[in-house]
Design a protein around this ligand. Structure first.
Ligand code: SF4
Ligand code: SF4
Length: 410
């Protein structure tokens, strides 16, 4: 059997971290999946403990497939053991040994579904909402019939931006919009452009494909590595090599900041450059504010908004910049939802065998939202927004949509 072609240096660093485990069980206490199912024995057991027996290839059991990849364990470990990263590689090896199911091949390619649905958006949306079709989809493909599925809006962000007349400015940024903005939520990208232009930037939005994160989390590493390196090339169009890159999807932003290099071992000069220049949009806006450069000509927004910081945003270790920026808006009543995970973890919670686990993981968050009864829920990650809306019926928006409204947008 051939092993995965990892960047040797990146992997060596991740694997060596297991020797720092002192068995304190902090990760076990924090893992949201181990808390709700006996199918997953916990991060310490599946991570550093099992890794000693894998000899680079084999997992001692199949339980690592139940790790959602939320990354909470790596974030809380006092010894900086790279538990989630160890699990990610072990899951990829497992998939390599056992084969990757068609279902996982499909959900790992959001562009495929987006391209299929766009020209026939009403039919696509009808099919995705039809109980019989969803039932058949669960039985045949393995996507849970109640799993949240985004709606196609029949248009793309790239089409909109290609017709958008931007004013040349001295200060420029590159916008990394991600697949959800491209195929399902072009309005999010339009608002990003409006906010950045309002603050005096010219926005460059080159053609771009998937970052490879769903491929990575489904264990399809070779294709994920190709996607990440291709995107790094696309985001490095001529004349923009030094510009900040602004990401509005926290999970895709984290992929380009760190995970493509640290988990996949992808290593090109373009990727290293892109990693060092990528900012979460609120991280960027908060830095502007701290330098006194953020426009604060806000109109009051008389709404109650409950904010959930998704795992992949918290894994960026940048605090909660969306909260800090939204707190500047007059009239806005902001509630911080202090829960760790909504359960969806990208594509994890849409799978037939994991849907119930994902819903149990998210239950404390859903209960807090239902108890608070906000006008809106704000969350930086698209799949988390879809999960929250599906589970609670609440309207979920990207926090930048609140900011856009405060700047006078609709
Ligand atoms: S938190 Fe870190 S040090 Fe503690 S048991 Fe987990 S892996 Fe080991
Ligand atoms: S990544 Fe998340 S689900 Fe996986 S072991 Fe760590 S905390 Fe648990």
């Amino acid at each position: 059997m051939t092993t995965l072609s990892w960047g040797a240096e990146a992997w060596a660093e991740v694997r060596l971290s297991l020797d720092h485990c002192i068995k304190c069980t902090v990760c076990e206490t924090a893992c949201p999946v181990a808390a709700v199912t006996g199918l997953f024995p916990g991060p310490k057991t599946v991570g550093p403990q099992a890794e000693r027996f894998r000899a680079g290839e084999h997992s001692p059991d199949l339980s690592v497939d139940y790790c959602s990849g939320c990354g909470i364990c790596s974030r809380v470990c006092p010894q900086e053991v790279r538990i989630a990263e160890l699990n990610s590689r072990a899951r990829a090896e497992l998939k390599r040994e056992r084969g990757i199911p068609l279902r996982d091949q499909l959900v790992a390619r959001p562009g495929l579904l987006g391209r299929t649905g766009r020209p026939v958006a009403p039919l696509f949306n009808w099919a995705m909402a039809n109980p019989l079709i969803r039932y058949l989809g669960e039985k045949t493909v393995g996507i849970h019939r109640k799993a949240p599925v985004p709606k196609s809006v029949g248009r793309t962000f790239s089409y909109w931006v290609s017709h958008h007349r931007s004013v040349p400015r001295e200060r420029r940024v590159v916008y990394f919009h991600g697949c959800s903005t491209q195929w399902y939520e072009p309005h999010v990208g339009q608002k990003v452009v409006a906010i950045l232009e309002h603050n005096g930037f010219q926005v460059v939005a080159p053609r771009q494909d998937c970052c490879g994160l769903p491929l990575q989390s489904n264990g399809i590493f070779d294709a994920a590595r190709q996607a990440a390196t291709r995107l790094a090339r696309q985001l490095s169009v001529s004349g923009t090599e030094e510009l900040p890159i602004i990401a509005s999807s926290t999970s895709c932003g984290l992929m380009m900041k760190r995970e493509a290099r640290e988990i996949l071992g992808a290593d090109t000069a373009e990727l290293r450059s892109v990693s060092s220049r990528t900012y979460d949009i609120f991280e960027f806006l908060l830095e502007l504010h701290q330098r006194g450069e953020l426009r604060t000509d806000f109109k009051p927004v008389p709404l109650t908004v409950a904010y959930h910081a998704p795992c992949q945003q918290q894994n960026q270790l940048i605090g909660k910049p969306a909260l800090e920026v939204l707190r500047l808006i007059p009239g806005l009543r902001l509630l911080e939802l202090d829960r760790s995970c909504c359960g969806i973890a990208g594509t994890y919670g849409v799978k037939r065998e994991k849907y119930d686990i994902a819903m149990q993981v998210g239950e404390p968050l859903f209960a807090d939202i239902l108890a608070a009864g906000p006008d809106l829920v704000a969350c930086d990650s698209e799949t988390c927004r879809w999960q929250i809306s599906g589970a609670t019926g609440a309207t979920s928006v990207h926090p930048l949509e609140i900011l856009h409204r405060a700047y006078g947008g609709s």
